[in-house]
Design a protein around this ligand. Structure first.
Ligand code: HEM
Length: 257
């Protein structure tokens, strides 16, 4: 069998695929969080960053398609591996096969479902603007934010002062003003953080790093990283709910007459 056949056609191959796609997705969520935390700085930062990403054109689409493929492979491999391990355990008395599944694997499945539902909602919310459409689509001021400073990427000016860009900064804040939406995000990123915690554990198992010498230190490191990830994500909706982050007055006035 060739490499692709081995990866997709064997249990260990599928575990490797889960690990590799998991690492790609972890890279994305960390990068996304670092980008989003610019919401605590001057609006030029998040707005310049979002405009720069949009201006990447085909490169952005390649990254989006890459992420989608990673998500699909990750879910496919997880499903096949779960079915295989159920089959290997054989039928259980009373047909309650799931009782034997480890807590972690059931946990991973359900946290995975919620994360998937969250991503669909999130895309409809901020990328497509169809949730809260009355606020986002009807607020003309959101589409005409004028950059007051240059936005730099790796020392180059990626967006010039004076450019009119989408006001993603106000959009994120308006997006979290309904308390139920903010709470849904908080619960979803909480479950995503738990998913990452168990996922990284399995990753280290696949890599063979969970031996007696390393396992404690790794576990502590991963727990710390997942807690920091959760707190970083929590900070944004929580700051909006607490009134610490508010949209620019012009946008706020139009969005909530
Ligand atoms: C407080 C947490 C978050 C905030 C404030 C946030 C904010 C945003 C915003 C503003 C966009 C749209 C960017 C634009 O169209 O210019 C976006 C897109 C996106 N977000 Fe988030 N996000 C958060 C958490 C997450 C999480 C946890 C995930 C993954 C599980 C995620 C996945 C995505 C994806 C896949 C996109 C689409 C990217 C694209 O259009 O290319 N986000 N997010």
């Amino acid at each position: 069998m060739n490499l692709v056949g081995n990866l997709f056609g064997s249990s260990i191959g599928r575990k490797i695929l889960m690990a590799v796609t998991g690492v790609i997705l972890i890279g994305f969520v960390i990068g996304h969080l670092v980008g989003n935390l610019q919401v605590f700085e001057h609006p030029d930062k998040l707005n310049g960053y979002a405009h720069f990403l949009q201006s990447l054109g085909p490169a952005l689409w390649i990254a989006r398609i890459g992420l989608l493929v990673a998500v699909i492979i990750h879910i496919w491999a997880a499903t096949v591996l779960t079915l295989e391990s159920r089959k290997a355990r054989g039928p259980q008395p009373g047909g309650v096969t799931w009782l034997r599944a480890t807590l972690a694997s059931r946990y991973m499945r359900w946290t995975g479902y919620v994360v998937l539902a969250f991503i669909v909602y999130h895309l409809a919310h901020f990328t497509l603007g169809v949730v809260q459409a009355d606020t986002f689509k009807e607020t003309e001021a959101l589409r005409h934010y004028k950059m007051t400073t240059d936005y730099h990427v790796l020392g180059f000016t990626a967006v010039h002062a004076g450019t009119e860009v989408l006001d993603v900064h106000s959009m994120v804040i308006l997006g979290f003003q309904p308390p139920l939406v903010a709470l849904f995000y908080i619960v979803a990123v909480g479950l995503l953080s738990l998913h990452l915690l168990h996922g990284m554990d399995s990753l280290f198992q696949t890599l063979g790093w969970r031996n007696a010498r390393w396992s404690r230190g790794l576990r502590a490191l991963v727990t710390l990283a997942c807690a920091a990830y959760f707190l970083g994500n929590l900070a944004i909706p929580a700051a909006v709910l607490a009134g610490k982050l508010t949209p620019k007055p012009r946008v706020a006035a139009v969005a909530q007459p």
